[in-house]
Structure formats: structure tokens, C-alpha cells
Write a protein that binds this ligand. Structure first.
Ligand code: GLC
Length: 436
């Protein structure tokens, strides 16, 4: 496949997953609108159809809750065989629920970053003006409803909020959750994808159990902070939020809006991020379990997300890259691993070549990493990873994730964000002047 046809095929994947209202992340496995998928899909669409990109964002924002929460899934009344279905969430028990069926949790806040990226290439002041209040209220909700210890760092309450659903970072936390009720349910995620590529049953039961806890608490944010058995400060989520706050700030300036509130969020996060997450002994960022007050000492590619946000010092970035990213025992190709970059360090006992977030290469993680490396001047390494990423897609198609050993495509086929990011990463698009 040539690069030109890669671009054409990426466009056709995005077109074929377009329902006319929103774009499905994957044709069968993910039939509704997912939050951070949509942001990336809009970024991809902006390369060839800006009005459609804007429509994608409007569709996502139509699911915003009245208190500002932007849910992780908007169902848009589309019937499907997806589990959990919209009714399972019982969001109507919250006074803040919107008129559209949605889930009751959120996802990493990439949207402001994507909107700023698009706006910097194809200025769209009217659109920015239109969506700015919704972005601001989502960020405000995150900084107020999810700041459990007034540190400026926000919490996630469910592994699905991390976007890296069954990452080994969550394993021992999930195992410690005692299931007080055993809900009866039929998983839908192994219908189209082999079970070996999906989360284990024990984790999945806890995913569903947590939803039951939240719906019994009517999604009242303060109650969730007190009672959720899962309460974590996630490096990835916080790094993305910091970057998104910076981008929101830039949008505010472009609209001549006040920035004091955003300045406050940025300075508290800047003050506490490294103190909370950086481990000087090993030279890695680790997540933090607020419930137990303990650091989660599991080495996954989320440790590189602060690079995307510009949060590490030069020395910290050097340690991340030289001691870990370039180490074949962890992330660099070597031995049985032939591709950049496994989502979990190869040395972690929970590593599995083809299981979801346990080891495979995800295009989104490579994109974060490439952007982060460029930000810190590692241009050659960023270029190596960019080419390897495009090579994986060329050989295996637009898959949800890839086996880092043999490059085999796994999970959903025709996966929208892999197509969107192929457009973002491809040289021909960069040459069109859109590659910033
Ligand atoms: C999986 C991923 C999540 C993504 C969703 C839809 O659940 O873990 O990050 O948003 O699929 O693609």
C-alpha cells in the first residue's frame, strides 16, 4: 500500500463509520459515540471535511450534562447490541442528565487540544466562539467535581475513564474491590473480537459493578468521591487535562475571554504534578491510588504522557527517554518485540502480547509519544516511531491495536482513530501544511 492510498483508505474508513450524526469508533464493536475517540475523529475529518469535523464535535457536546460533565459515551438513541446499553446507566436518576442517552462517567479531556489544533491550521473563530462555553464548563466540572484532595489533580472513578480500560495499572485495585452484589449480565465485547484480546472476566465484573455503585449514588459527584471504591489520580488523564487547559487558555485569549480561572488550574497542576507522580528513584511517573494513599508502581506507557503536556523538566525527560523508552527490556524493540511502543513495559508480569491494554501497540499512545518527543527535541526518535506506526497500519490495516511482536492487527477492524491519526501522521498530510 502506498502512502497516498493509505490516506485514501483512512478517509474511506472515517466515511464508512459515519452514521450521519456521529462517527462510530469501530463498525461493530463500538456502535455509539465515544468522547476522546470523537475528538481524534474530528481531527482526522478536519483534514478533508471541516464542516463534518465540526458536526462531530457538536454531536458529542449534545450529550453534555447540565453540570458540565462530558460523558464517555453518547448513545444518540441508536439501537445496537452493545453492552452496557444506554438504559443500564440509569442516568435519569441524576438531575443533571441531558435529554440524550449517555453513560454516567467521563473520559480523558482531549477536545480542547484538538479544537485548538484545528483552529491553528484552519481558523474557525465562529465555531470556537460557539463551543468555548461547553469546553470551559467541562474543564470547570473536572477541576471542581473531581479534585478529591484540593491538589488541582483530578481523579478518575472507573478504569473506563482512563481510556486505557484494562491497563495493569488498575489490576490490584480492581482485585481489592469486594463485589457486594453479583449482577447478572451478558458481555457483548467478545462477540466480534476474540476473548484473548479483551479484558479478563474478573476485571470486567468490576467494571460493571462500579457502574452499579454510581447509579445507586445517582451520580452525585460529592457522593462518588466519598464512596467510589476506585479513586485514582491517573497520570495520563491529568497530563491530558493540563495540556487541554493550556489549549483552552489559548482559545480564551483568542476570544478575548477572561483567563484567571484557567490560570489558577494551570498553576495548581504545575505545582503538584511532579511532586505527586514523579518517582526520582526509578525515573518514571506512577499513578496514585487516592483511596489507599499509595503509589501504583506499575510501569506503563502512560508514564510518557507528561511529555505531551510539557510537564517534565529536561532532566526528567532525559531519564524517561534514555532509561525507559530506549530500554528493550521495557519499551524499545528488542528480543521478541519488533515495534514501538508497547502500552505496558515488557518487564511487567501482567504483560500480554495481544490483550487490549496489556501490551499491544495503540496508535493513540504512539501519537502522544511522537508529539511529546518532538516537544523535547527528540526529533529523530519521533520520526522513527512515526514511520514504524505508519508501517504497522500499512501492513495490518486500521486496527484498534497491534501485537508489538509480529505487528498483527488486533481488536476492532476499520478503527476510526487509527484512520484519523494515520491522516495526522502521514507525510503527505504534513506536506499540505497541516502537520503542526
Ligand atoms: C475502548 C478503549 C477506549 C475507547 C473505546 C472506543 O474501550 O479502551 O479508550 O474510547 O474503546 O474506541
Amino acid at each position: 500500500m502506498t502512502l497516498t492510498s493509505l490516506v485514501d483508505r483512512a478517509i474511506s474508513v472515517l466515511r464508512s463509520n459515519d452514521t450521519g450524526v456521529f462517527t462510530k469508533p469501530g463498525p461493530h464493536q463500538y456502535p455509539h459515540q465515544w468522547n476522546w475517540d470523537s475528538a481524534l475523529i474530528a481531527l482526522g475529518l478536519s483534514h478533508f471535511d471541516l464542516p463534518r469535523a465540526q458536526m462531530e464535535i457538536r454531536a458529542l457536546l449534545s450529550g453534555q450534562w447540565q453540570d458540565g460533565m462530558l460523558p464517555h459515551v453518547v448513545y444518540h438513541h441508536a439501537p445496537s447490541d452493545y453492552f452496557p446499553p444506554a438504559v443500564f446507566w440509569q442516568i435519569e436518576s441524576s438531575p443533571h442528565a441531558p435529554g440524550v442517552p449517555t453513560s454516567g462517567i467521563t473520559q480523558p479531556p482531549l477536545l480542547a487540544t484538538v479544537i485548538r489544533k484545528i483552529d491553528s491550521r484552519l481558523p474557525m473563530p465562529d465555531f470556537v466562539h460557539e463551543v468555548y462555553p461547553a469546553l470551559l464548563s467541562w474543564h470547570r466540572w473536572l477541576h471542581t467535581s473531581r479534585d478529591a484532595d484540593s491538589s488541582g489533580l483530578v481523579c478518575i472513578l472507573h478504569p473506563w475513564e482512563s481510556g486505557t480500560d484494562d491497563s495493569p495499572r488498575w489490576l490490584h485495585l480492581l482485585a481489592a474491590i469486594r463485589l457486594e452484589v453479583l449482577l447478572e449480565f451478558q458481555r457483548g465485547d467478545t462477540k466480534y473480537v476474540p476473548a484473548i484480546e479483551r479484558p479478563h472476566q474478573a476485571e470486567y465484573e468490576r467494571f460493571i459493578y462500579l457502574i452499579d455503585v454510581f447509579r445507586k449514588l445517582h451520580y452525585v459527584p460529592a457522593e462518588l468521591l466519598i464512596h467510589s471504591p476506585f479513586l485514582v489520580q491517573d497520570i495520563l488523564f491529568n497530563a491530558i487535562l493540563f495540556r487541554a487547559d493550556e489549549d483552552l487558555h489559548a482559545l480564551a485569549v483568542s476570544l478575548d475571554q477572561p483567563t484567571d480561572e484557567i490560570d489558577g488550574w494551570l498553576s495548581r497542576m504545575r505545582l503538584n504534578f511532579n511532586a505527586r507522580f514523579w518517582d526520582e528513584g526509578v525515573g518514571l511517573y506512577y499513578d496514585y491510588d487516592v483511596r489507599s494513599g499509595e503509589t501504583i508502581r506499575v510501569n506503563t506507557a502512560s508514564t510518557f504522557l507528561p511529555l505531551f503536556a510539557g510537564l517534565p523538566s529536561e532532566r526528567q525527560s532525559q531519564r524517561l527517554v534514555e532509561e525507559h523508552l530506549l530500554n528493550p527490556g521495557e519499551y524499545a524493540p528488542g528480543g521478541e518485540v519488533h515495534h514501538w511502543v508497547t502500552t505496558t513495559a515488557r518487564a511487567e508480569p501482567a504483560w500480554e502480547a495481544r490483550r487490549y491494554w496489556r501490551g499491544p501497540v495503540w496508535i493513540i499512545m504512539n501519537w502522544f509519544l511522537i508529539e511529546g518527543l518532538q516537544r523535547y527535541g527528540y526529533d529523530d526518535l519521533a520520526e522513527t516511531i512515526r514511520q514504524d506506526t505508519l508501517g504497522l497500519i500499512e501492513a495490518g490495516g486500521f486496527r484498534e491495536y497491534y501485537d508489538a511482536c509480529d505487528g498483527a492487527g488486533c481488536g476492532s477492524a476499520d478503527f476510526s482513530w487509527s484512520a484519523a491519526l494515520a491522516l495526522e501522521l502521514s507525510e503527505s498530510t504534513a506536506r499540505m501544511g497541516n502537520g503542526s
